[in-house]
Design a protein around this ligand. Structure first.
Ligand SMILES: [Zn+2]
Ligand SMILES: [Zn+2]
Length: 315
């Protein structure tokens, strides 16, 4: 646990899932009547003992946590919320949209899996590959379910998750950015059965709005605290513009499915479709779909069904 700025402590919690980030950040913020905990870590024993040891080392008891804010209900941010609530008696706050995800995602998964199937098939993923991509969810089934001198403004930042929240302290110029803005990786923005319409369009719009914020310290959900908000926002905006250009070039003026396009794009620095594990192939498919839906919403592409499959073509 590191005090990144007076009154805010950074706790780095391990994520024991291969293929994603190795850590997720939780932030403990000192208040008048207890602490505010922002994000909770993956619900595993190693993550819990890291949290427990950090608190003990700094003389903070679980019962001193009076509020929990979850930026979004992905398992790395929401996982231990229930466990910490039990130990602390804290109240849990999150965006109401996120709250509505908990039951279908963590309690009744069948309907969501069925919707995911349909979306993959509709977008041209062949049946045998669809089964692998659908079942590539990472162990979700194990998860059931302004304080003191800081006055945080809660900002709704849809895109990475529909009800994603950021916290902004205008006087201290601090932004807790969750997975909305990360220092080195671009967060996954996907169309999926629970996403709002045109999630990438919403994401880009909220990034552009956040360029106005006067923030000197950004505390992200992964990686290290950083500075330089506007330049990082501009890099992310450019990344998405570049991907739009790649997609249009890949389409070459032809009618193509999301799947056909996703297979041909370069993912990350050097990864091609063949190198990606199933879970990443599914993310790649739904990320491509997010780009296509954004360009369709902007009138750059036409979307039309043919033999029960959705195709896109440049206007
Ligand atoms: Zn996330
Ligand atoms: Zn995350």
């Amino acid at each position: 646990m590191t005090e990144v700025t007076p009154g805010i402590y950074w706790i780095k919690l391990p994520i024991d899932v291969v293929g994603g980030p190795a850590h997720v950040n939780a932030y403990l913020i000192r208040g008048d009547i207890g602490y505010l905990l922002v994000d909770c870590g993956w619900n595993t024993d190693s993550s819990f003992s890291t949290m427990h040891n950090s608190l003990v080392k700094n003389g903070v008891g679980f019962e001193e946590i009076s509020q929990i804010l979850v930026t979004h209900v992905h398992p790395d941010h929401y996982g231990m919320a229930g466990r910490i609530k039990k130990l602390s008696g804290a109240t849990i706050a999150m965006h109401p949209i996120e709250k509505d995800f908990i039951e279908p995602r963590y309690v009744h998964m069948e309907e969501l899996l069925h919707q995911t199937d349909r979306m993959l098939v509709d977008n041209g993923v062949p049946h045998d590959e669809m089964v692998k991509l659908r079942d590539a969810t990472v162990g979700l089934e194990q998860y059931t379910v302004p304080t003191g001198e800081f006055t945080f403004r809660v900002i709704w930042t849809p895109g990475h998750s529909s009800g994603h929240l950021c916290l902004y302290e205008p006087e201290k110029k601090i932004l807790l950015s969750g997975d909305h803005i990360l220092p080195r990786i671009t967060p996954n923005i996907s169309v999926h059965p629970q996403s709002i319409e045109n999630p990438l369009g919403h994401y880009i719009k909220s990034l552009q709005e956040m360029r106005q914020l006067d923030a000197e310290l950004i505390l992200p959900g992964h990686d290290q605290p950083f500075t330089g908000l506007t330049s990082r926002i501009d890099e992310i905006l450019q990344h998405h513009e570049q991907r739009n250009r790649n997609i249009l070039a890949t389409m070459g003026g032809q009618a193509r499915t999301t799947y056909q396009i996703a297979r041909e794009i370069t993912w990350g620095v050097k990864s091609r479709w063949h190198d990606l594990p199933d879970f990443h192939r599914r993310m790649a498919t739904f990320e491509t779909l997010a780009h296509l839906e954004m360009m369709a919403a902007e009138g750059k592409l036409d979307r039309f069904p043919q033999n029960g499959i959705i195709y896109y073509r440049q206007n």
